[in-house]
Design a protein around this ligand. Structure first.
Ligand SMILES: [Cu+2]
Length: 153
């Protein structure tokens, strides 16, 4: 019986994140995600205990990012959900491709905010803090809109 030497060639991809920049704000190193949020709103909920949140998340950078969660100082908890035909499921993370856009909108991905305090009123703003595993957090003010509000294109 012969012993065979297995030559394992481990081709490890170079996944070095070039996040050497300590600057905050809009500056980002080349090859990093560049994230921004537009159109954040919360339809006025019929019950103050539970509201949906919608927004468009942009990544103008050369590197993908992963949204790992959202928090709000105005809510007890915030979850990321995906609506399906009959129910909705938790989204543990959401991928934001390089030079891509991810939309949270009615009938699809959405935030579910529980325990809003103070109770939302039309025109009020609710701070949302988006956290990423590989990029700086993004804070946005979501405007409480009438229930029938439709975002413009
Ligand atoms: Cu939901």
């Amino acid at each position: 019986m012969r012993r065979r030497a297995l030559a394992l060639a481990l081709a490890l991809p170079a996944v070095l994140a070039g996040c050497a920049s300590a600057s905050s704000g809009t500056h980002a190193a080349a090859g990093a995600p560049r994230l921004s949020v537009t159109g954040a709103y919360i339809p006025l909920p019929s019950m103050p205990d539970m509201a949906a949140g919608y927004f468009v998340l942009h990544n103008d950078g050369d590197k993908a990012a992963t949204l790992t969660g959202v928090t709000s100082p105005g809510a007890q908890s915030v979850s990321m959900h995906q609506s399906t035909a009959s129910t909705m499921v938790d989204l543990p993370t959401v991928q934001v491709p390089a030079h891509g856009t991810v939309t949270f909108a009615r009938g699809g991905r959405h935030l579910m905010l529980m325990g809003l305090d103070p109770a939302p009123k039309v025109g009020a703003r609710v701070e949302l803090n988006l956290r990423f595993d590989d990029a700086a957090p993004v804070t946005v003010q979501a405007t409480v809109q009438p229930l029938t509000y439709q975002p413009g294109q």
